[in-house]
Design a protein around this ligand. Structure first.
Ligand SMILES: Cc1cc2nc3c(=O)[nH]c(=O)nc-3n(C[C@H](O)[C@H](O)[C@H](O)COP(=O)(O)OP(=O)(O)OC[C@H]3O[C@@H](n4cnc5c(N)ncnc54)[C@H](O)[C@@H]3O)c2cc1C
Length: 310
């Protein structure tokens, strides 16, 4: 676990202090609150705060004076209707805040999701930890020959060992140079009094992209689901998917009705183009259809056949 004993004590102290509130709380999410869910080799995601629950979604949809919830089955039906028809604003009434520790190259993908509030650890003011992401052997794969954005076969034997050695050696070397250029002891004194030391904001440019950074990331439920639909998808890069999977666990605990609707109508659903739908209709009518006669590109045809399990 990447937290120090002092950090773990701070988490425990926060969990020990409870406060009364009139606002909606969710026991299953309270159980996760503040606790780091480990991700990759040194990373984590932890829920820092949240606002609302499934009830807040139906309350906003019904514009109620009170909680607005009725029977669970009615609330579930309404949430499923909203999700199915992309009536998204009621989901924006819920918010969640995460603390995330992640490699810089994952942060670069993640930050493209602009509908969120982010505050990143400042490497201008502070010194980054000596922690680098080194993939587990089963995630050390070759470039895919069929998908320019994907991975192929897992590297084996000598080649895998050599790659791991290079990743470790490069990260360690650049971090050693970073520490040397900073010229600071852990208590902020010059390591070598004869040198001035380079500014933190400049020394950091030498670090490798697998160095870990941290941020607080807050989003509303609608935009969080948008993020998860792209990043928990099987086509997403494994490293960001590992974070999305941990966040999905938090969503399941927080808003179980919304989570189920999301699974059914977003994660487990597919979109068919007009051309694909025409092919499905012809197939259902018993007509033999092949790719050349389908008006679909080879790629679209392959995607459709994979979707249909043919
Ligand atoms: C498989 C994959 C490959 C990708 N490859 C690349 C790549 O090669 N290069 C690259 O740069 N990015 C890449 N991206 C990032 C991608 O282009 C999006 O930036 C990212 O997924 C965030 O999606 P988003 O804009 O929907 O989310 P958000 O930024 O969170 O926005 C949510 C929604 O808000 C609206 N919105 C937000 N900002 C604006 C705006 N300025 N104008 C209008 N509407 C806005 C849009 O409706 C948007 O869908 C890739 C993403 C995926 C999933």
């Amino acid at each position: 676990m990447p937290l120090t004993s002092d950090q773990l004590a701070e988490v425990a102290a926060q969990r020990d202090a409870s406060q009364p509130t009139l606002r909606a709380t969710v026991p299953a999410l309270e159980a996760l609150l503040y606790q780091p869910m480990p991700v990759l080799d040194h990373g984590f995601v932890r829920v820092i705060d949240y606002m609302g629950d499934d009830g807040a979604v139906v309350q906003a949809a019904r514009v109620s004076y009170g909680r607005g919830t009725r029977r669970v089955s009615e609330d579930a039906g309404l949430i499923r209707y909203l999700m199915r028809h992309r009536h998204s604003t009621p989901f924006e009434m819920c918010e969640i805040k995460f603390h995330v520790k992640l490699p810089i190259f994952v942060a670069r993908q993640w930050i493209r999701h602009r509908m969120a509030n982010v505050n990143e650890y400042s490497a201008r003011y502070s010194i980054l930890d000596r922690e680098f992401y080194i993939p587990a052997p089963e995630h050390l794969a070759a470039q895919s020959s069929t998908n320019r954005q994907g991975r192929g076969e897992v590297l084996q034997g000598q080649e895998a060992a050599a790659v791991l050695d290079m990743l470790r050696a490069d990260a360690t070397l650049t971090y050693d140079h970073y520490a040397h250029m900073l010229n600071e002891t852990p208590d902020g004194q010059p390591a070598d009094p004869a040198r001035q030391g380079l500014a933190r904001e400049l020394a950091r440019m030498n670090l490798t992209l697998n160095t870990y950074t941290q941020w607080y990331w807050k989003a509303d439920l609608h935009n969080l689901l948008g993020f998860l639909s792209l990043r928990a998808d099987s086509h997403a890069q494994y490293e960001i998917r590992a974070y999305a999977d941990a966040m999905l666990d938090a969503v399941r605990a927080w808003v179980p009705l919304t989570f189920q609707a999301f699974q059914d109508y977003r994660m487990g659903a597919v979109t068919l183009s007009a051309g694909m739908l025409a092919v499905v209709r012809r197939m259902l009518a018993g007509e033999p259809v092949d790719q050349p006669g389908s008006n679909l590109s080879k790629r679209e045809w392959t995607e459709l056949m994979e979707t249909l399990g043919r």
